[in-house]
Design a binder for this molecule. Structure first.
Ligand code: PLP
Length: 484
């Protein structure tokens, strides 16, 4: 599928905006291999407990490992006259653009829909649009996009079934900000509450616990990655004297597992927690926008006793900049907001200044696709995810796909270069592909063919065996020598 691109306006000819043609600078040398980051030699480092290896790359806390950087240089006195610097910068940007095109083609691991066309919004790049403060109360800064933001929020409120005058929400910088906000609202509503989250929750949930200095109890998961309600119950009963703030995953990051919201609520009720003694935040960063369109999926709705839902805008929707949506109940947000005279607005958001472009992008896509469009895309993603899983299994490769998910978990490829080429996200012995609308069957075939071919060389002499991943995906999904 063609990747839509927004033309990059560059300043040439004394600042007159022109559109950079694909090959304006004759830079056809396509950067097909990203330079591998240099591995810092062991003698260079003092690797204490903080030194961690990830994707074969050394991560050392307290030291910035630079693989490459583009220096910022002072303009020469005569640059304005010669235009040398403009030409240099245009060249750098053109090369960078080519890298982006190439990297976009070989992207499978992160749940980002890279297929969009926002050409129509190019005209708005010249404005510093900022929705600082509350979406529903105008500040004195007039260059904002609140009318679009509220339109988008209303759309999500309808999706998650809460009346316009009963919800409050805003467009965030990312799914993480949604989690930080949801958990903060929970803590303000139940100040001495304990935060419960499954072990496979996103790291932003545990970050919130640290930031807010909340007591946090980790709940075990089933092999699918879903929260284990039996363990949840044991831990609730051990802390009956304190209210409960629960993070429920609508799609976990690694396995795409959906926590059973109804069972979570039932477990709370059975453990003696009345509705005024718990607060549920639903982390829908990944599937918050997919689940409503999956048949037979449990419903995320404010008709159930939940306090907030958040979703990432740059994941399934697709957006050039990270963003997200957070919706909570109006009654809760009143607990947390303060009036700020300087803003002439209410202060209930985590951030002060807020990206005013993001609402325009979301508004544009929601209008173009609508419920029907999303439904179609979700079905396509689920079909393609099944295709990938089936072909992996046919090739004798361990793989798992959760029922409501488009995240295919499989054996981690042995070669880090291959991992990086396809930008796979890995954890321990497993890797995953999150099938998004931009991932076509052709792309999956390219990946599969390459994987299967490479794999036959990795394991040809029988000296090394493919890893056993039964602990991650269960015996029935593991195709290692022992379990197949
Ligand atoms: C991606 C993700 C997040 C964080 O979202 P960002 O937009 O990357 O900040 C939170 N929770 C889950 C389950 C995610 O997959």
């Amino acid at each position: 599928m063609e990747v839509a691109t927004v033309p990059v306006p560059v300043h040439v000819n004394g600042g007159k905006a022109g559109i950079l043609a694909e090959d304006h600078f004759g830079l056809m040398a396509v950067i097909d291999v990203e330079p591998l980051p240099t591995v810092v030699s062991a003698d260079d480092l003092v690797v204490g407990d903080e030194g961690k290896k990830q994707n074969g790359r050394e991560i050392v806390l307290g030291r910035n490992v630079r693989t490459e950087s583009l220096e910022v240089t002072e303009p020469d006195a005569n640059d304005e006259f010669t235009g040398d610097k403009e030409a240099y910068m245009a060249g750098v940007l053109a090369r960078y653009r080519k890298t982006l095109v190439e990297r976009t083609k070989h992207h499978l691991g992160y749940p980002y829909n890279l297929d969009f066309d926002y050409g129509a919004l190019g005209q708005l790049q010249h404005f510093s649009i900022n929705n600082l403060g509350d979406p529903f109360i105008e500040s004195n800064y007039g260059v904002h996009s609140r009318q679009f933001e509220v339109g988008v929020l209303d759309w999500f409120a309808r999706l998650w079934e809460i009346e316009k005058n009963e919800y409050w929400g805003y467009i965030t910088n990312c799914g993480t900000e949604g989690n930080l906000h949801g958990i903060l609202v929970g803590r303000e509503v139940l100040p001495d509450g304990i935060l419960y989250a499954s072990r496979e929750s996103h790291y932003s949930v545990f970050k919130a616990a640290r930031m807010y200095r909340m007591e946090c109890v980790k709940i075990d998961c089933l092999i699918t990655g879903e929260i284990d309600c039996a363990d949840f119950k044991v831990k609730l009963l051990a802390n009956k004297d304190k209210p409960a703030i629960i993070n429920v995953n609508i799609g976990t990051t690694v396995k795409g597992a959906v926590d059973d919201l109804d069972s979570v609520i039932q477990t709370l009720e059975e453990s003696g927690f009345t509705h005024d003694r718990f607060y549920i935040h639903c982390d829908g960063a990944l599937f918050g926008l997919m689940m409503p369109f999956v048949k037979r999926a449990p419903k995320v709705t404010f008709k159930k006793p939940i306090g907030s839902v958040s979703v990432s805008g740059h994941k399934f929707v697709g957006c050039p900049m990270p963003c997200g949506v957070q919706i909570t109940r109006m009654e809760h947000v009143n607990v947390l907001s303060r009036n700020v005279e300087y803003l002439a607005s209410r202060d209930a958001t985590i951030m002060g200044s807020r990206n005013g472009h993001a609402p325009l992008f979301l508004w544009y896509t929601l209008n173009r696709k609508g419920y029907k469009g999303f439904q179609k895309e979700v079905q396509k993603c689920l079909r393609n995810a099944h295709y990938l899983k089936d072909r992996l299994c046919d090739a004798g490769i361990s793989a798992m796909l959760n029922e409501l998910s488009s995240t295919v978990v499989f054996e981690r490829p042995r070669d880090e270069k291959f991992v990086r080429r396809w930008q796979l996200a890995c954890q321990g012995n497993i890797a995953h592909v999150v099938v998004m609308p931009s991932i076509t069957i052709e792309k999956l075939d390219d990946f599969l063919n390459e994987f299967i071919e490479k794999r036959s060389t990795w394991y040809q002499d029988g000296q090394v065996q493919p890893p056993c991943i039964a602990a991650d995906v269960g015996n029935e999904n593991c195709a290692c020598a022992l379990h197949k």
